[in-house]
Design a protein around this ligand. Structure first.
Ligand code: MD3
Ligand code: FE
Length: 215
């Protein structure tokens, strides 16, 4: 048997980045094309938009949602809503393939029975970033969060429980999945400004799917 430094990591590999946080390199690769065509269909029903934060800043990341609940923001605050505020319609349904992938990834990280009711779809163009924040708008912090990266690579910032805590940089590529739960669920995190490194499947864009149990 030979061990070649240039072999891809095995599909089952998981790298712990915290006591309850795991990178699953390439976990979503076999489904990437299917995920991207579903995102296209979702964005035809519920177009990507740049939201305004309660502080009055327009987010550089564009977003849409699918599932029973969608995350949204305006001058009045952050919230989950069953309807798209732009159209008044329910968000597009979460494709069963999305829910299955999220459940299997959570399970591979040790969180069995994950049943997301919300999928936030973030779209990054070069220069777009997400400043350090906590995900605190969900009811049950006992459920993990599953994040799927597609398209251009990004550098993820994984901080501590206080905003000022040192953050480690985690490079994420097309097809990588990260699962965050347990004591890591409320850690600060963000995404560095995206470099323009066009990806064959998506050009100069990065798409991130974030699965949550929000309600
Ligand atoms: C770490 N989006 O939309 S989720 C977000 O790449 C967001 O667009 C990231 O953060 C993105 O809120 C991917 C990454 C994430 C989510 C929850 C966490 C990381 C987390 C909870 C605790 C620690
Ligand atoms: Fe977040």
């Amino acid at each position: 048997m030979t061990l070649d430094l240039f072999d891809d990591p095995p599909r089952e590999a998981r790298e712990a980045i915290g006591p309850g946080a795991f990178v699953l390199p390439g976990f979503a690769l076999p489904f990437a094309d299917e995920l991207l065509s579903a995102v296209k269909a979702i964005s035809q029903d519920a177009p990507f938009r740049h939201l305004v934060t309660p502080g009055g800043f327009t987010m550089s990341v564009a977003l849409t949602n699918c599932g029973a609940l969608g995350w949204t923001s305006d001058r009045r605050g952050y919230r989950y809503s069953p309807t798209d505020p732009d159209t008044g319609k329910p968000w597009p349904a979460m494709p069963t393939s999305f829910a299955r992938l999220a459940r299997e990834a959570a399970s591979a990280a040790g969180f069995d029975g994950f049943a997301p009711d919300a999928c936030l779809v973030n779209r990054y163009a070069p220069g777009a970033r997400l400043s350090l924040h906590q995900d605190k708008d969900e009811h049950d912090y006992g459920a993990p969060i599953v994040s799927v990266s597609l398209g251009m690579p990004a550098v993820f910032l994984f901080g501590g429980h206080e905003r000022g805590d040192k953050a480690v940089r985690i490079p994420l590529q097309h097809g990588d999945v990260v699962v965050w739960g347990g004591e890591d669920r409320l850690r600060y995190h963000g995404v560095l400004p995206l470099k323009d490194q066009p990806h064959p499947a998506l050009g100069s864009l990065r798409i991130n799917l974030t699965f949550r149990k929000a309600g």
